[in-house]
Design a protein around this ligand. Structure first.
Ligand code: AMP
Ligand code: MG
Length: 397
């Protein structure tokens, strides 16, 4: 059976990034940059004061206390064209530009007002003290944000500082979600024996949104080929299509057959992993299509391990989730040669991470996805792990 690593390679090999669009700055939170942003100006723009105090020249402070003539006030928002001479000082506010002839700012606390127009400097100060230099944060011409950066609060601030009113970001991928199964009913419907409420539409929607896509739920199709086809056709203009259920070996698993009649070119079916083994991946035209296992946990884990990396690649972002090494608090038994993806909760104590399983790990046990901080990856050739052994955990929380 196909190994996980080979399968992921196949999923990623033919992806091209999404088109980009202009979006106004106030609407780009959590979007992904589709351009390198180069600074058009220094930040700060001019040398300015980091304190409320007096702008002076340190050559004037050979000995202290020293009295200086206050020849003006530099307020914020004003520029100064006066040049200071020795023996003079200017009152200055935080953020106001440093006048010529000064090299430092003495904080108000280190001064005394002697008479009107005269300030006494009480303490010596080093040249350059309390001055924020032009370009000390950002230099004109520097690349401040790279293509593929997810825009969070800090990045939004930086874009504003660069004078950007609109930004080139990648379009959000539209991800169609179709769930299948004659037993599946809407969450609002009354349960009857044999019926199961639709979980996957909702957990997959959440995952699509979490990783920057726009979910397009296509509803519930039964297990009949005609119904499947009718619903699948509604998703043909999406960027990715997810179909949950109906890809196993059951008598009523017609999803792959239905897909084939829509021109599906399957690249693989079944991966040596747990959960998530009966997964199908291929293309209809240029649209990637995933046939995900119907078990709620399997569909979420296969989303995290295959669909999420593909979505990241569509917006030129790093593919990997951050990984840490943790000490196991629960022993693990594993008898097969598949790669296992276990849901764990993490504790951080004494500079170490400890991972405990989120209860029973069956692919139908949805509780295992609750309170889950990460996915512990148990490699193909690992058999059993004891309490205290190390595992690699992908952080998803
Ligand atoms: P399948 O992959 O179609 O064989 O489904 C595997 C298991 O997952 C079955 O027990 C289904 O009832 C269940 N299942 C499939 N789709 C969903 C869904 N959308 N919500 C909840 N359970 C589902
Ligand atoms: Mg089914």
């Amino acid at each position: 059976m196909l190994k996980f690593g080979q399968a992921l390679k196949i999923v990623l090999e033919d992806t091209k990034p999404m088109e980009w669009e202009w979006v106004v700055l106030s609407r780009v939170h959590r979007r992904v940059l589709a351009e390198d942003v180069t600074a058009q100006n220094n930040v700060p723009y001019t040398d300015n004061s980091a304190m409320d105090g007096y702008a002076i020249d340190t050559d004037d402070l050979k000995s202290v206390p020293r009295e200086l003539k206050v020849v003006g006030v530099v307020a914020c928002g004003k520029s100064v064209n006066k040049r200071l001479k020795l023996g003079e000082a200017m009152a200055i506010m935080t953020g106001a530009p440093i006048p010529e002839g000064c090299n430092s700012v003495v904080p108000v606390e280190d001064t005394e007002r002697v008479a009107s127009g005269i300030v006494r400097i009480l303490r010596q100060i080093k040249p350059g003290k309390n001055v924020r230099y032009s370009g000390e944060d950002v230099k004109k011409g520097e690349v401040v944000l790279e293509k593929g950066t997810a825009l969070g609060p800090g990045e939004l601030g930086m874009l504003a500082s660069m004078g950007r009113k609109r930004v080139r970001v990648f379009q959000k991928p539209v991800v169609a979600i179709l769930v299948t199964g004659n037993e599946i009913i809407e969450p609002g419907e009354r349960l009857r024996p044999g019926k199961v409420r639709d979980i996957n539409t909702f957990s997959l929607r959440g995952l699509v949104e979490k990783f920057g896509g726009v979910p397009l739920p296509l509803g519930i199709a039964g297990d009949e080929k005609v119904k499947l086809l009718r619903k699948m056709r509604k998703g043909l203009n999406s960027d990715i299509m997810l179909i949950s259920g109906g890809v196993s070996m059951g008598r009523f698993d017609f999803v792959r057959e239905a897909l084939t009649s829509l021109g599906y070119r399957e690249r693989f079916w079944k991966v040596a992993m747990k959960p998530g083994m009966p997964i199908s991946f291929g293309y209809i035209g240029r649209m990637p299509v995933f046939g995900l296992p119907g078990n709620p946990v399997s569909s979420m884990v296969s989303f995290l391990e295959f669909v999420r990396p593909l979505m990241m690649k569509l917006v030129d972002r790093a593919v990997d989730l951050p990984e840490i090494s943790a000490f196991l608090k629960t022993p693990i038994v594993k008898k097969d040669n598949r790669r296992h993806f276990l849901r764990v909760k993490l504790d951080y104590r004494n500079h170490k991470y400890f991972a405990s399983l989120t209860g029973p790990q069956g692919s139908g046990i949805l509780k295992s996805m609750i309170e889950c901080d990460g996915i512990a990856i148990i490699p193909e050739n690992t058999k059993a792990l004891k309490v205290g052994d190390r595992v690699t955990v992908q952080l998803i929380a």
